[in-house]
Write a protein that binds this ligand. Structure first.
Ligand code: ADP
Length: 725
């Protein structure tokens, strides 16, 4: 390179402010070398002058190339200043070019960055009839959006359309046409399929403008920007969905949501559930901002007010209170609220949610009531309940133990059961525990002596049940009461009873022996009367003797009755198969010898027996004897055919006996007394008044039952039921 040129270039371009443009240097070099090759050297001076002029021309040619006017002619002696001037001009020009280039470069980088960040590709489509051939301009980002390799050669509008979602292609083309024909621009959204993949559509917004020829006004191209707004759209959709969900929730939830502008005392919103909760629609609350407070039950207004105070201090608050529903029903509400304070710390807004907790509250109250009832019952009962664990320590006791054994629950719980049980009852306890554990389902009754706090022994009676396996109990539940008094009374009763039994037996024996001993002298007297009567002819004496005989026989019957009674009371029941037929025939025969005043009473006997009924023969004989003899004795003289009808139905398990007569009958006023000892309906009665008493006692001894019906003037019927045990 020309030395001077080199110096000049270095001086003007390599000064640091403008970098040497290699292309320019190269071009200058070619020009310079070309010029010097074309100009043969003559003399040193002329050579130098020629070279400088050459340089001047080269500089100007370069300046011309860069757009400067035609080069001015060098005036004489002005070669060097002209060169320097040209070089300055070139320097300035180059500096401008480089700066412009740098600016353009920066703009391009900016544009690319913007497109990439905004996911927006730009394009330019020249107007053409043939969409398949016309070449478009696509920015790099557009290639990126469409998922195509930027080196793809066939960048046509048709190609672009093939990547638009088939369903959106129609309206997208309509937009383009409308822009050409009418509007000159469009702004629309549609789906594209990057890389042609139908499974991964993206949503784009496209803004385009028709570029027109300035002179003719004809459209020359369509220029636009296509932005990927998929994420924005998805976010928008998510927001819409979330909003819809929230709104649905707001409208359908049982809880009442509300927001209040505290500064203006204005209800901002209240969810429709308020209609169910209060009986008033949201509009009613919107209209009257104090409606909600007026519905609160007076007694609960204070707690709501206190909750509001907490809110004004910036704290979340929760309050339970009652409100009066429009229909008069009282409802329990739980309201949770969150305050919003302004920068000055003043409450400006409350957001809250109210739930109907009536059912829970009522259940709680019912539970508390029933708990209270149960506790009151337990504490006031004469019974006590304790729980004993597997180590036999008390783990629970009702307060009522204080009344029974004198201990407080605090003193009692934790101590061992065995410390209190009487030595003689310890064995029973051990046995009880064994049976409680072997048969846990069976409650175990007990009666033990227990040492009370004051050292006295208390008899406790109760029941223990095994709940060892139950998680909550883990022990034996024992309920008991103080039966010390009862036991003392029972013991006394048992003693008295024993004594009574002994006296009774002695009395029975005494009655028996007296009755028995009385019969022997009576038999002697009867013998003497008979002898005396046979020795005299005097009618008076005979009559007196006959009366004496009758009285003594009556006395003998009475003694026999007493003996029967005594036997019934003393002797054990002795069961044998009963032959009712034989028994009744014997009775009928024996009655013939009894003075009845009328031997015309017919005794009818109906028997239905299979010979398997077992009972005490002598007792059945006493029963039948007394009933039949009564029926004969109390016959009705007014009746032409007096009778007594005995009916027996006897089977293996039961015997039913009926004794029916058509005698004088018994007035109903006497019915309650006829089974009483020594009871006789009238003084004229011929018996001792012991007969029916004896019958009843004997029937009862045989575990049977006796009933009767009787009507004066009609007759009497006794019915006896006897079981065969
Ligand atoms: P008594 O030894 O007086 O017969 P009972 O105890 O056998 O005593 O009978 C009580 C009373 O019941 C009798 O006095 C009699 O008046 C009445 N009585 C008992 N059986 C009959 C009967 N079959 N018909 C009418 N009255 C009867």
């Amino acid at each position: 390179m020309n030395v001077i040129l080199e110096e000049l270039l270095h001086k003007h371009f390599a000064g640091g402010d403008v970098p040497l443009n290699p292309d320019l240097v190269h071009e200058l070099d070619i020009l310079l070398n070309g010029a010097s090759a074309a100009q043969p050297e003559t003399s040193k001076h002329s050579q130098e002058t020629g070279a400088l002029e050459e340089l001047y021309h080269i500089l100007w040619e370069t300046l011309n190339l860069l757009g400067a006017e035609t080069s001015p002619v060098i005036s004489d002696g002005e070669t060097m200043p002209s060169i320097l001037h040209a070089a300055d001009m070139l320097h300035t020009e180059c500096k401008n070019i480089v700066q412009n280039e740098q600016h353009t470069l920066r703009e391009t980088v900016h544009l690319k960055t913007i497109q990439s960040v905004a996911k927006a590709g730009s394009w330019d489509i020249p107007v053409s009839r043939d969409l398949s051939t016309v070449q478009n301009y696509w920015s790099d980002e557009l290639f990126h959006l469409l998922g195509i390799d930027p080196s793809a050669t066939k960048i046509t509008y048709e190609h672009y359309l093939s990547l638009v979602h088939p369903d959106d292609r129609g309206f997208m083309l309509e937009e383009v046409n409308r822009a050409y024909m009418e509007t000159g621009r469009y702004d629309t959204e549609y789906r594209i399929l990057p890389g042609g993949d139908p499974n991964n559509p993206r949503i784009v917004r496209e803004i385009a403008e028709v570029i027109k020829d300035e002179l003719t006004g004809e459209p020359v191209s369509l220029m636009g920007v296509t932005m990927d707004i998929t994420e924005i759209k998805l976010a928008e959709r998510a927001i819409v969905d979330a909003n819809t969900e929230l709104r649905t929730l707001f409208n359908t939830m049982n809880e009442v949501f509300f927001s209040v502008n505290v500064e203006q005392d204005k209800l901002l919103q209240i969810s429709p559930a308020c209609t169910r909760l209060y009986g008033y629609a949201p509009e009613a609350f919107m209209k009257d901002p104090f409606l909600w407070f007026s519905l609160i039950v007076d007694e609960d207004k204070k707690s709501v007010h206190e909750s509001n105070l907490r809110l004004s201090q910036g704290a979340n608050s929760q309050v339970e209170y009652r409100v009066r529903h429009k229909n008069g029903q009282i409802k329990w509400l739980l309201t949770r609220m969150r305050p919003t304070l302004n920068v000055a710390g003043k409450l400006i807004r409350i957001d809250g949610i109210s739930s109907d907790i009536t059912e829970r509250k009522e259940a709680e109250l019912a539970l508390a009531n029933s708990e209270l009832k149960l506790r009151t019952l337990l504490e006031n009962s004469n019974d006590a309940i304790v729980i004993i664990n597997e180590r036999l320590d008390y783990t629970f006791a009702t307060e009522s133990i204080g009344r029974i054994i004198g201990y407080s629950t605090a003193e009692f719980i934790g101590t061992s059961m065995l410390d209190y049980i009487h030595e003689e009852d310890q064995g029973f306890i051990a046995h009880s525990l064994l049976s409680l554990n072997t048969k846990p389902e069976e409650p175990l009754p007990f009666e033990v002596r227990f040492r009370a706090k004051d050292g006295h022994w208390v008899w406790l009676e109760g029941v223990a049940t095994n709940h060892i396996r139950e998680e909550v109990i883990r022990g034996y539940i024992v309920n008991f009461r103080d039966v010390t008094e009862e036991i003392r009374y029972r013991r006394e009763l048992e003693d008295a009873n024993d004594k009574l039994k002994r006296t009774n037996t002695e009395l029975d024996r005494f009655v028996y022996s007296v009755s028995h001993d009385l019969r022997a002298p009576l038999a002697s007297i009867l013998g003497l009367i008979e002898y005396t009567a046979s020795e005299t002819n005097e009618e008076d004496i005979k009559q007196n003797l006959s009366m004496m005989e009758e009285s003594i026989k009556k006395l003998d019957v009475f003694i026999l009755d007493i003996l029967d009674y005594s036997r019934n009371a003393r002797l054990e029941v002795k069961r044998t198969p009963i032959d009712f037929s034989g028994l009744l025939i014997d009775i009928r025969n024996s009655l013939k010898f009894i003075s009845t005043g009328n031997s015309n009473v017919e005794i009818r006997i109906n028997i239905d027996e299979d010979g398997t009924f077992c009972s005490d023969r002598s007792r059945i004989s006493i029963i039948l004897n007394n009933l039949i003899s009564n029926a004969v004795r109390y016959y009705d003289p007014a009746k032409t055919s007096p009778y007594v009808e005995v009916t027996v139905v006897a089977r293996a398990d039961v015997a039913l006996i009926g004794v029916k007569d058509n005698g004088i009958g018994i007035h109903k006023d006497y019915h309650p007394y006829i089974f009483n000892m020594f009871y006789r309906v009238s003084e004229k009665s011929k018996g001792s008044g012991l007969g029916l008493y004896l019958v009843k006692e004997t029937v009862e001894k045989l575990n049977g039952d006796i009933q009767f019906t009787s009507t004066p003037g009609v007759g009497t019927e006794f019915k006896i039921y006897l079981p065969n045990p």
